[in-house]
Design a binder for this molecule. Structure first.
Ligand code: 0WD
Length: 259
Protein backbone atom coordinates (compact mmCIF):
# COMPACT_ATOMS: atom_id res chain seq x y z
CA UNK A 1 0.00 0.00 0.00
CA UNK A 2 1.43 3.34 -1.05
CA UNK A 3 0.96 6.53 1.00
CA UNK A 4 -1.22 8.35 -1.56
CA UNK A 5 -2.95 5.37 -3.21
CA UNK A 6 -6.33 6.43 -4.58
CA UNK A 7 -5.79 10.12 -3.80
CA UNK A 8 -6.52 12.77 -6.43
CA UNK A 9 -5.59 16.42 -6.61
CA UNK A 10 -3.94 19.37 -8.32
CA UNK A 11 -0.30 20.39 -8.41
CA UNK A 12 0.05 24.07 -9.37
CA UNK A 13 3.39 25.57 -10.35
CA UNK A 14 5.35 23.33 -12.72
CA UNK A 15 7.29 25.65 -15.04
CA UNK A 16 10.00 23.12 -16.04
CA UNK A 17 11.78 20.00 -14.77
CA UNK A 18 13.61 22.00 -12.09
CA UNK A 19 10.44 23.38 -10.51
CA UNK A 20 9.83 22.30 -6.94
CA UNK A 21 6.28 21.37 -8.05
CA UNK A 22 7.80 18.89 -10.52
CA UNK A 23 9.73 17.15 -7.74
CA UNK A 24 6.61 17.11 -5.57
CA UNK A 25 4.63 15.65 -8.49
CA UNK A 26 7.22 12.91 -8.95
CA UNK A 27 6.98 11.91 -5.30
CA UNK A 28 3.16 12.07 -5.33
CA UNK A 29 2.86 9.94 -8.46
CA UNK A 30 5.40 7.51 -7.01
CA UNK A 31 3.14 7.15 -3.96
CA UNK A 32 0.12 6.34 -6.13
CA UNK A 33 -1.54 9.77 -6.50
CA UNK A 34 -3.45 10.89 -9.57
CA UNK A 35 -2.61 14.54 -10.34
CA UNK A 36 -3.84 17.34 -12.59
CA UNK A 37 -1.39 20.09 -13.52
CA UNK A 38 -2.61 23.68 -13.95
CA UNK A 39 0.13 25.74 -15.65
CA UNK A 40 0.72 29.39 -16.51
CA UNK A 41 -0.92 29.80 -19.98
CA UNK A 42 1.34 29.99 -23.02
CA UNK A 43 2.41 27.55 -25.73
CA UNK A 44 6.03 27.58 -24.65
CA UNK A 45 5.01 26.93 -21.05
CA UNK A 46 2.77 24.06 -22.08
CA UNK A 47 5.59 22.40 -24.00
CA UNK A 48 7.97 22.81 -21.05
CA UNK A 49 5.47 21.38 -18.57
CA UNK A 50 4.69 18.44 -20.85
CA UNK A 51 8.41 17.73 -21.22
CA UNK A 52 9.00 18.01 -17.47
CA UNK A 53 6.20 15.55 -16.80
CA UNK A 54 7.55 13.10 -19.36
CA UNK A 55 10.94 13.28 -17.66
CA UNK A 56 9.39 12.18 -14.37
CA UNK A 57 7.52 9.38 -16.10
CA UNK A 58 4.08 10.99 -16.31
CA UNK A 59 2.83 10.37 -19.84
CA UNK A 60 -0.49 11.87 -20.94
CA UNK A 61 -0.42 14.17 -17.90
CA UNK A 62 -3.62 16.15 -17.47
CA UNK A 63 -2.66 19.78 -18.07
CA UNK A 64 -4.90 22.84 -17.93
CA UNK A 65 -3.93 26.47 -18.50
CA UNK A 66 -4.60 28.62 -15.43
CA UNK A 67 -3.34 32.10 -14.57
CA UNK A 68 -4.07 32.27 -10.84
CA UNK A 69 -4.45 36.05 -10.98
CA UNK A 70 -7.63 35.52 -13.04
CA UNK A 71 -10.82 34.37 -11.31
CA UNK A 72 -12.25 33.07 -14.59
CA UNK A 73 -9.20 30.79 -15.07
CA UNK A 74 -9.53 29.46 -11.53
CA UNK A 75 -13.26 28.85 -11.98
CA UNK A 76 -12.61 26.96 -15.22
CA UNK A 77 -9.82 24.91 -13.66
CA UNK A 78 -11.92 23.81 -10.71
CA UNK A 79 -14.97 23.11 -12.93
CA UNK A 80 -12.77 20.90 -15.14
CA UNK A 81 -11.34 19.24 -12.02
CA UNK A 82 -14.84 18.41 -10.78
CA UNK A 83 -15.66 16.88 -14.19
CA UNK A 84 -12.51 14.79 -14.20
CA UNK A 85 -12.06 13.80 -10.57
CA UNK A 86 -15.45 14.57 -8.94
CA UNK A 87 -13.75 15.14 -5.57
CA UNK A 88 -10.11 15.84 -4.68
CA UNK A 89 -7.88 15.09 -1.70
CA UNK A 90 -4.99 17.56 -2.09
CA UNK A 91 -3.90 20.80 -3.70
CA UNK A 92 -0.26 21.85 -3.97
CA UNK A 93 0.32 25.60 -4.43
CA UNK A 94 3.93 25.98 -5.58
CA UNK A 95 4.02 29.28 -7.43
CA UNK A 96 4.99 32.88 -6.93
CA UNK A 97 5.76 35.97 -8.96
CA UNK A 98 7.36 39.38 -8.48
CA UNK A 99 8.95 41.72 -11.00
CA UNK A 100 12.62 40.72 -10.91
CA UNK A 101 13.70 44.37 -11.32
CA UNK A 102 12.88 44.80 -7.65
CA UNK A 103 14.43 41.55 -6.43
CA UNK A 104 17.87 43.07 -5.99
CA UNK A 105 19.68 44.11 -2.82
CA UNK A 106 18.99 47.77 -2.07
CA UNK A 107 15.81 47.91 -4.19
CA UNK A 108 13.03 47.21 -1.70
CA UNK A 109 12.15 50.84 -0.91
CA UNK A 110 11.83 51.44 -4.66
CA UNK A 111 9.00 48.88 -5.07
CA UNK A 112 6.14 50.56 -6.97
CA UNK A 113 2.54 50.08 -5.78
CA UNK A 114 1.59 47.88 -8.80
CA UNK A 115 4.64 45.63 -8.38
CA UNK A 116 3.83 45.17 -4.69
CA UNK A 117 0.13 44.47 -5.39
CA UNK A 118 0.91 41.97 -8.17
CA UNK A 119 3.44 40.07 -6.03
CA UNK A 120 0.93 39.79 -3.18
CA UNK A 121 -1.93 38.86 -5.52
CA UNK A 122 -0.14 36.04 -7.37
CA UNK A 123 2.01 34.77 -4.52
CA UNK A 124 -0.37 35.01 -1.55
CA UNK A 125 -3.98 35.83 -2.42
CA UNK A 126 -4.03 33.01 -4.96
CA UNK A 127 -3.77 30.53 -2.06
CA UNK A 128 -7.01 31.92 -0.61
CA UNK A 129 -8.66 31.83 -4.04
CA UNK A 130 -7.63 28.20 -4.64
CA UNK A 131 -8.49 27.08 -1.09
CA UNK A 132 -12.02 28.47 -1.38
CA UNK A 133 -12.59 26.56 -4.61
CA UNK A 134 -10.87 23.43 -3.27
CA UNK A 135 -13.22 23.28 -0.29
CA UNK A 136 -16.16 22.65 -2.60
CA UNK A 137 -14.35 19.60 -4.01
CA UNK A 138 -13.20 18.24 -0.63
CA UNK A 139 -16.42 16.99 1.02
CA UNK A 140 -14.47 14.46 3.07
CA UNK A 141 -11.62 16.80 3.91
CA UNK A 142 -8.21 17.16 2.33
CA UNK A 143 -4.78 18.72 2.45
CA UNK A 144 -3.69 22.05 0.98
CA UNK A 145 -0.02 22.83 0.79
CA UNK A 146 1.90 26.03 -0.07
CA UNK A 147 5.60 26.80 -0.57
CA UNK A 148 7.35 29.54 1.36
CA UNK A 149 10.83 30.79 2.30
CA UNK A 150 12.71 32.08 5.36
CA UNK A 151 12.71 35.62 3.85
CA UNK A 152 9.13 35.91 5.17
CA UNK A 153 10.42 36.33 8.69
CA UNK A 154 13.97 37.62 8.29
CA UNK A 155 15.14 40.38 5.94
CA UNK A 156 17.17 38.56 3.26
CA UNK A 157 18.97 40.97 0.90
CA UNK A 158 17.33 40.84 -2.55
CA UNK A 159 14.28 38.81 -1.51
CA UNK A 160 12.47 42.10 -0.89
CA UNK A 161 8.78 42.23 -1.87
CA UNK A 162 8.75 38.44 -2.17
CA UNK A 163 9.54 38.26 1.56
CA UNK A 164 6.50 40.43 2.27
CA UNK A 165 4.38 38.19 0.01
CA UNK A 166 5.64 35.06 1.81
CA UNK A 167 4.78 36.59 5.21
CA UNK A 168 1.24 37.12 3.88
CA UNK A 169 1.18 33.59 2.45
CA UNK A 170 2.14 32.06 5.80
CA UNK A 171 -0.53 34.13 7.58
CA UNK A 172 -3.06 32.99 4.95
CA UNK A 173 -2.05 29.39 5.70
CA UNK A 174 -2.91 29.89 9.38
CA UNK A 175 -6.22 31.68 8.77
CA UNK A 176 -7.28 29.10 6.19
CA UNK A 177 -6.29 26.29 8.56
CA UNK A 178 -8.41 27.85 11.31
CA UNK A 179 -11.44 28.25 9.07
CA UNK A 180 -11.28 25.01 7.08
CA UNK A 181 -10.31 22.72 9.94
CA UNK A 182 -13.93 21.94 10.86
CA UNK A 183 -14.37 20.58 7.33
CA UNK A 184 -11.42 18.23 7.75
CA UNK A 185 -9.23 20.33 5.48
CA UNK A 186 -5.66 20.87 6.62
CA UNK A 187 -3.55 23.77 5.32
CA UNK A 188 0.23 23.84 5.76
CA UNK A 189 3.31 25.44 4.25
CA UNK A 190 6.79 24.08 3.57
CA UNK A 191 9.59 26.60 4.04
CA UNK A 192 12.28 25.29 1.71
CA UNK A 193 15.95 26.19 1.70
CA UNK A 194 17.23 27.66 -1.59
CA UNK A 195 16.99 25.38 -4.64
CA UNK A 196 18.17 26.22 -8.17
CA UNK A 197 15.02 26.94 -10.23
CA UNK A 198 13.83 29.60 -12.69
CA UNK A 199 12.32 31.64 -9.84
CA UNK A 200 15.27 31.48 -7.46
CA UNK A 201 17.64 32.58 -10.22
CA UNK A 202 15.63 35.84 -10.40
CA UNK A 203 16.68 36.72 -6.85
CA UNK A 204 19.78 38.93 -6.86
CA UNK A 205 22.68 37.46 -4.83
CA UNK A 206 21.27 33.90 -4.81
CA UNK A 207 24.70 32.31 -5.36
CA UNK A 208 25.98 33.84 -2.12
CA UNK A 209 22.92 32.49 -0.33
CA UNK A 210 23.77 28.94 -1.50
CA UNK A 211 27.36 29.33 -0.29
CA UNK A 212 26.28 30.78 3.03
CA UNK A 213 23.77 27.98 3.72
CA UNK A 214 26.41 25.36 2.98
CA UNK A 215 28.72 27.00 5.49
CA UNK A 216 26.19 27.71 8.25
CA UNK A 217 23.35 25.16 8.12
CA UNK A 218 23.56 22.40 10.77
CA UNK A 219 23.67 19.76 7.99
CA UNK A 220 26.45 21.77 6.20
CA UNK A 221 24.78 21.51 2.82
CA UNK A 222 21.93 22.83 0.71
CA UNK A 223 18.79 20.75 0.32
CA UNK A 224 17.68 18.63 -2.59
CA UNK A 225 14.20 19.31 -4.05
CA UNK A 226 13.33 15.65 -3.49
CA UNK A 227 13.51 16.37 0.24
CA UNK A 228 10.71 18.91 -0.24
CA UNK A 229 8.76 16.30 -2.24
CA UNK A 230 9.04 13.78 0.60
CA UNK A 231 7.78 16.32 3.16
CA UNK A 232 4.92 17.19 0.79
CA UNK A 233 3.96 13.49 0.70
CA UNK A 234 3.92 13.49 4.51
CA UNK A 235 1.64 16.57 4.56
CA UNK A 236 -0.75 15.20 1.92
CA UNK A 237 -0.95 11.74 3.48
CA UNK A 238 -2.41 10.23 6.63
CA UNK A 239 1.02 10.47 8.27
CA UNK A 240 0.15 14.09 9.17
CA UNK A 241 -3.56 13.93 10.07
CA UNK A 242 -2.97 15.95 13.25
CA UNK A 243 -0.95 18.73 11.60
CA UNK A 244 -2.47 21.97 10.30
CA UNK A 245 -1.60 25.66 10.09
CA UNK A 246 2.12 24.86 10.30
CA UNK A 247 5.12 26.11 8.40
CA UNK A 248 7.56 23.21 8.26
CA UNK A 249 11.18 24.01 7.45
CA UNK A 250 13.02 21.78 4.98
CA UNK A 251 16.23 23.78 4.98
CA UNK A 252 18.99 21.58 6.40
CA UNK A 253 18.28 23.35 9.71
CA UNK A 254 19.44 26.78 8.57
CA UNK A 255 16.58 28.64 10.28
CA UNK A 256 17.57 27.57 13.81
CA UNK A 257 21.06 29.04 13.66
CA UNK A 258 21.83 32.28 15.52
CA UNK A 259 25.35 33.00 14.28
O1 0WD B 1 14.83 28.31 -3.77
C1 0WD B 1 13.72 28.12 -4.22
N1 0WD B 1 13.54 27.80 -5.48
C2 0WD B 1 12.53 28.26 -3.30
C3 0WD B 1 11.26 28.39 -3.82
C4 0WD B 1 12.78 28.27 -1.84
C5 0WD B 1 11.59 28.37 -1.05
C6 0WD B 1 10.36 28.52 -1.61
N2 0WD B 1 10.21 28.54 -2.97
C7 0WD B 1 8.85 28.70 -3.50
C8 0WD B 1 8.63 29.77 -4.54
O2 0WD B 1 8.54 31.06 -3.97
C9 0WD B 1 7.31 29.31 -5.12
O3 0WD B 1 6.24 29.64 -4.25
O4 0WD B 1 8.46 27.51 -4.14
C10 0WD B 1 7.47 27.79 -5.13
C11 0WD B 1 7.92 27.20 -6.45
O5 0WD B 1 9.05 27.88 -6.90
P1 0WD B 1 10.17 27.26 -7.88
O6 0WD B 1 9.87 25.84 -8.15
O7 0WD B 1 11.46 27.67 -7.34
O8 0WD B 1 9.95 28.16 -9.18
P2 0WD B 1 9.56 27.90 -10.70
O9 0WD B 1 10.07 26.62 -11.23
O10 0WD B 1 9.94 29.16 -11.44
O11 0WD B 1 7.98 27.83 -10.62
C12 0WD B 1 7.17 28.89 -10.21
C13 0WD B 1 6.13 29.09 -11.28
C14 0WD B 1 6.35 30.10 -12.39
O12 0WD B 1 7.45 30.01 -13.03
P3 0WD B 1 8.04 31.31 -13.85
O13 0WD B 1 9.49 31.05 -13.65
O14 0WD B 1 7.51 31.11 -15.20
O15 0WD B 1 7.59 32.59 -13.19
O16 0WD B 1 4.97 29.71 -10.81
C15 0WD B 1 4.14 29.86 -11.94
C16 0WD B 1 5.05 29.87 -13.14
O17 0WD B 1 4.90 28.69 -13.84
N3 0WD B 1 3.40 31.10 -11.96
C17 0WD B 1 2.07 31.12 -12.15
N4 0WD B 1 1.17 30.13 -12.31
C18 0WD B 1 -0.10 30.50 -12.52
N5 0WD B 1 -0.50 31.77 -12.56
C19 0WD B 1 1.73 32.48 -12.18
C20 0WD B 1 0.38 32.79 -12.39
N6 0WD B 1 -0.07 34.05 -12.44
N7 0WD B 1 2.85 33.23 -12.00
C21 0WD B 1 3.88 32.37 -11.86
Amino acid sequence: MKLLDGRKGLVFGIANDRSIACHIAKCFVGEGANCGFPYLPGEKNERRVQKALEEIGVTNGWLMPCDVSKDADLDATFAATRERFDTIDFVVHSLAFADRMYLKPGKFAETPREVFAQALDISAYSLVATARRSKALMPKGGSILAMTYYGSDKAVPGYNVMGVAKAALEACTRYLALELGEFGIRVNAISAGPIKTLSSMAVGGIDEIFEWVEKKAPLRRNIDAVEVGKTAVYLASDLSTGVTGETIFVDAGYNIVGL
